[in-house]
Ligand binder design. Structure first.
Ligand SMILES: Nc1ncnc2c1ncn2[C@@H]1O[C@H](COP(=O)(O)OP(=O)(O)OP(=O)(O)O)[C@@H](O)[C@H]1O
Length: 603
């Protein structure tokens, strides 16, 4: 059994997925702020509609008991009885219309709030810095924007109004019961705490047990899946017995979870019926006694029996609502955690626009660390002149991409300054910096849409002709024209119908269209074969013309033409100069080139 437990440790149910959290007023008030824009429009309509239908439901039993029974029937007044029937029918009509309007407006309100919240969260997440995305998986962000917000839907659609309605209904009924007969009211209301217990505690207990069942089932599924996939290995190592023991452990836990949940569920209905029965017995016994003693009329007794049947619904809903609130606490905690996240790269209030960027880049004693533990760049000073093509080379992890990230201001240096045209990037507006810099990455991201739209992403206001021209310059139009619908071919997200090289040509076109002052090519030519490479070398030269360009490449053949090459190691510059100068020096660069040639020779 100990072994089974060890095995189970592999399938942890993490705290991040907590389904419920304790109730928290501050959080609830913060959530309710999203209703504020509708407090003058949708909310009042829904509340009035709710009040109308609730009042009808509250007064009909009194009219039936105290007027129909005690007056009309007692006096055999048929005329009055007919009027009562007509009156109640009209009231029910109001009730019907009230319900209709309440449900309609409550749904619109809920949808609006969910829409606002999702929009707010998405635009906030979009503004967060790279550092945030470094530490969060896309999946976990997706879950918060979709599932967590969805789980608040019920709270905002029915929750708020239902709570109001149920509180009005319950307190109204209690007041009426006391007005009709305080003694009988006291006796009958004993069942309310029992009902509360059933609807909150017992129900929550049941729900949690079913959650455990689901968790156990998913563990069982994962284990089964893994077992079947690894069957050959299991058999090859003759581990069937061990495996069967593991399986038995998970299977037993699953079985126990089911038993527990079914046992608790089975208690629910009998409990509800029992509490109703207790109420009925009290009403019948004590009510009859009071009638005989002349304390209450038959009509009062009738009203009481109507009201008794009306208790369960609001109490049950309030209990359910409370449980839902605890679930909303967990979801909103996760949502607010993201909303409270501030971008690491902040814009100063008096930030300046870098107009007509020239592209002169300077690193002034820059230090940078992604986290507290490791320093990616200890102390770097360098200069890239306007219009220069600079190549960054060095082993994996030497800091090439980090330098590019600092130029685009995806991160701020921990110390020192990065300047463009003499302006410290931390004093400039983010938009003015990034809009004049283009980054072409090795893994080109293709959005779902047409090829045309994907290239136009570089400059949304570009005409079709300009898009085509850009594609032509980088030599991408050949393959685009060959696609079934040319520029209007739809590519799915990530562009699976295109080869890696084609995707890269596409990103060149995108960058050219954007016409940036600074161009960063991060391993951008790695997926292009040697033949295509030669073909686009010329195009690349066009792309680089008149701009400052930073090329990051492992394949040293692509950077031979660069004006200057920086050789990096551990975030420091080992040497810099043109290809010829560095080859002559026979230093680190020379070694790198030599080792690449040896590798090629060996192939
Ligand atoms: N987002 C990140 N979070 C934490 N550390 C990072 C992150 N990105 C890079 N690093 C670390 O910073 C150092 C420099 O990385 P960088 O990506 O700049 O290297 P590189 O020279 O571009 O490498 P490669 O050639 O493999 O792309 C490495 O030690 C790397 O582990």
């Amino acid at each position: 059994m100990a072994r089974n437990k060890k095995h189970l440790e592999r399938f942890q149910y993490t705290e991040d997925n907590a389904i419920e959290k304790p109730f928290n007023w501050t959080q609830l008030l913060r959530l309710l702020k999203y209703v504020r824009p509708y407090t003058k429009t949708l909310l009042p309509i829904a509340i009035v509609a709710m009040l109308v239908s609730t009042l009808v439901r509250m007064f009909v039993p009194v009219i039936i008991g105290r007027v129909a029974f005690d007056v009309a029937i007692a006096d055999e007044n048929i005329r009055l009885l007919v009027w009562i029937v007509i009156g109640i029918s009209v009231m029910y009509l109001f009730n019907y219309v009230g319900n209709l309007l309440r449900i309609k407006y409550v749904n619109i309100l809920g949808q609006n709030v969910i829409y606002d919240l999702r929009q707010h969260l998405f635009s906030h997440v979009q503004r967060l810095s790279h550092r945030f995305f470094d530490t969060k998986s896309a999946g976990s962000i997706l879950v918060r924007i979709m599932n967590d917000i969805n789980s608040l839907q019920e709270l905002f659609t029915n929750g708020i109004i239902n709570v109001l309605m149920d509180i009005v209904l319950l307190s109204g009924i209690i007041v009426l019961l006391f007005a009709l007969s305080p003694k009988l009211a006291l006796a009958v209301l004993i069942i309310i705490p029992i009902m509360f217990y059933i609807s909150t505690k017992l129900r929550r207990n049941i729900r949690r047990s079913w959650q455990t069942v689901r968790i156990e089932q998913s563990k069982l599924n994962s284990h089964l899946n893994e077992s079947l996939q690894g069957m050959r290995i299991t058999q090859a190592f003759a581990q069937e017995n061990e495996n069967a023991e593991y399986f038995e452990g998970i299977n037993t836990t699953n079985f126990q979870a089911w038993n527990d949940a079914s046992r608790k569920s089975a208690m629910f209905r009998p409990f509800v019926e029992m509490s109703n029965a207790v109420g009925t017995v009290i009403l019948l016994a004590y009510g009859a006694h009071l009638i005989l003693a002349g304390d209450i009329t038959i009509g009062t007794f009738v009203s009481f029996s109507f009201f008794l049947g009306m208790f369960w619904e609001p109490i049950s809903r309030l209990g359910q609502m409370y449980n839902q609130l605890l679930m909303a606490m967990a979801a909103s905690e996760r949502i607010f955690e993201f909303l409270d996240e501030q971008p690491n790269v902040k814009e100063k209030e008096n930030a300046v626009e870098i107009m007509d960027m020239k592209g002169h880049i300077e690193f002034d004693r820059v230090q940078f660390a992604y986290d507290d533990k490791r320093i990616a760049i200890p102390d770097l000073s360098l200069e890239m002149k306007q219009g220069e093509t600079v190549a960054l080379v060095g082993h994996t992890g030497s800091g090439k991409s980090t330098i590019a990230n600092l130029i685009s201001r995806f991160y701020d240096p921990t110390e020192g300054r990065v300047k463009i045209d003499g302006i410290d990037l931390q004093d400039a507006t983010i938009e003015s910096v990034r809009s004049q810099i283009s980054v072409v990455l090795q893994d080109t991201f293709v959005f779902s849409g047409t090829i045309m739209e994907n290239i136009r992403f570089g400059r949304p206001d570009a005409e079709d002709e300009e898009v085509k021209e850009a594609a032509k310059v980088v030599g991408a139009d050949d393959f685009i024209e060959r696609l079934p619908e040319g520029y209007f071919t739809e590519v799915e997200e990530r562009g699976n119908i295109l080869s890696a090289g084609e995707r890269q040509l596409l990103s060149f076109a995108r960058a050219l269209l954007a016409d940036p002052r600074i161009l960063i090519l991060d391993e951008a030519t790695s997926s292009i074969d040697t033949e295509t490479e030669m073909r686009i070398q010329e195009a690349l030269n066009k792309l680089l013309e008149g701009r400052t360009a930073i090329m990051i490449a492992h394949r040293l053949s692509t950077i031979r033409e660069a004006d200057r090459i920086f050789v990096l190691q551990d975030g420091k510059i080992l040497e810099n100069g043109s290809h010829e100068e560095l080859m002559e020096r026979e230093g680190e660069y020379y070694e790198l080139v030599k080792s690449q040639f040896q590798m090629l020779d060996a192939i």
